[in-house]
Design a binder for this molecule. Structure first.
Ligand SMILES: Cc1ncc(COP(=O)(O)O)c(C=O)c1O
Length: 368
């Protein structure tokens, strides 16, 4: 039986993980024999890492980022969990995009939160719908994935970024922007990170090395106003365990100052752009009735199969040795039943084409 091709895997293939760059960075880091990276970390993160990260982001955003606006985390999942701990209590309502990242929904469930989905279109969250929802709810926070969204690949337009921030500011709602794909464009950068729009506003942008280097690093950052970061640093987690992930931030500090973080990211962008192109071309060819927008960054294609129940298609697809995530997994209500999320990050071009052939076969079997 051929191995399963699982388009559900939202993680890079092992061959894309930068073992060589991290060997060099790790050797550079360890050769310093600097015990500071082995202490309990500073609450905000280690100063040399935050400075190097600020330089990296200033370069990649082409806009100035100051180390005082950054705090080290162990990745966006942890940062999101921390935001829920600090800024919500069980029973609170929060707003998300509909659809949204399914595992964020699990984090919100862990915190006993009531989730209200705000519809999106090709420009991201619909601001009129957001305003209507704000008229009837007082959410503890709004969670958005503004660039190359998971699962849709959609990017919130610059105009809507401003309107979203204005609407939330008017109701004093904290905006938590999960920007894990912000730097993963295929040639045309998205509008700036939400943290760049209003430096003193109630906005926290969560960034991560998971998608731009390697998820096993468990390293990321929060970008926001120093007063908000100060509040996060008071978390029991930080006070008890010290700043988050100092050892890994030492390795990534070396990676950045040796110029290799830029190289790793630039290489990944080229690979993902090609994989996205291959997947979309194969889908257009093999499943012409499928509806999707070709992404311009990120990891995913969000594909509607008119007349097909994705949940019912899944076992048929598995028989054909292919899998995906059904759209319902990303829904806050009873939506997206005919839609699937396909990731192109995990497989090379040949496997992507093979997977699409299997999917097309499964769909024909399902409809026959
Ligand atoms: C939108 C989104 N947020 C967060 C994560 C996980 O981020 P991290 O590895 O930094 O915890 C993912 C990974 O798929 C994601 O798609």
């Amino acid at each position: 039986m051929p191995p399963l091709i699982d388009f559900g895997k939202g993680q890079p293939s092992l061959s894309l993980l930068p073992t060589e760059a991290l060997r060099t960075a790790g050797s550079h880091f360890l050769a310093q024999q600097n015990p500071r990276w082995l202490r309990y970390g500073d609450d905000q993160g280690e100063t040399p890492f935050l400075s190097a990260l600020a330089d990296f982001l200033t370069r990649r955003y082409a806009m100035p980022v100051s180390a005082s606006q950054l705090m080290t985390t162990a990745g966006n999942s942890q940062a999101l969990d921390l935001c829920c701990t600090l800024f919500t209590k069980p029973g609170d309502t929060i707003f998300v995009e509909a659809p949204t990242y399914f595992l964020a929904l699990d984090i919100f469930r862990d915190h006993g939160l009531r989730v209200v989905g705000i519809p999106i279109d090709h420009e991201g969250m619909q601001i009129d719908a957001l305003r209507d929802a704000l008229a009837t709810h007082q959410p503890a926070l709004l969670y958005t994935i503004p660039s190359f969204q998971n699962p849709t690949g959609i990017t919130l337009s610059a105009a809507r970024r401003e309107r979203l921030l204005a609407a939330c500011a008017a109701h004093d709602v904290l905006v938590v922007a999960d920007e894990v794909y912000q730097l993963l464009d295929f040639g045309t950068p998205p509008p700036p990170s939400l943290a760049m729009y209003a430096s003193d506003a109630r906005v926290l942008s969560l960034g991560s090395f998971s998608k731009i280097c390697a998820p096993g690093l468990r390293l990321g950052w929060i970008h926001g106003a120093p007063a908000l970061l100060e509040r996060i640093m008071q978390a029991g987690l930080v006070q008890s365990g010290g700043g988050l992930n100092p050892f890994t931030s030492g390795v990534v500090h070396s990676l950045i100052i040796l110029g290799m973080a830029d190289r790793v990211l630039d290489d990944l962008k080229l690979v993902y752009a090609e994989r996205s192109r291959v997947l979309c071309a194969a889908l257009r060819d093999a499943i012409p009735e499928a509806r999707f927008v070709e992404p311009s960054g990120g990891y995913f294609v969000w594909m509607q199969l008119p007349g097909v129940s994705a949940v019912e298609l899944l076992p048929v697809a598995r028989e054909a040795r292919v899998a995906f995530h059904a759209g319902a997994r990303f829904a806050t209500g009873d939506q997206f039943g005919d839609t699937v999320r396909l990731s192109f990050a995990h497989y090379d071009s040949d496997m992507l084409r093979d997977g699409v052939q299997r999917l097309a076969r499964a769909q024909r079997t399902f409809l026959s």
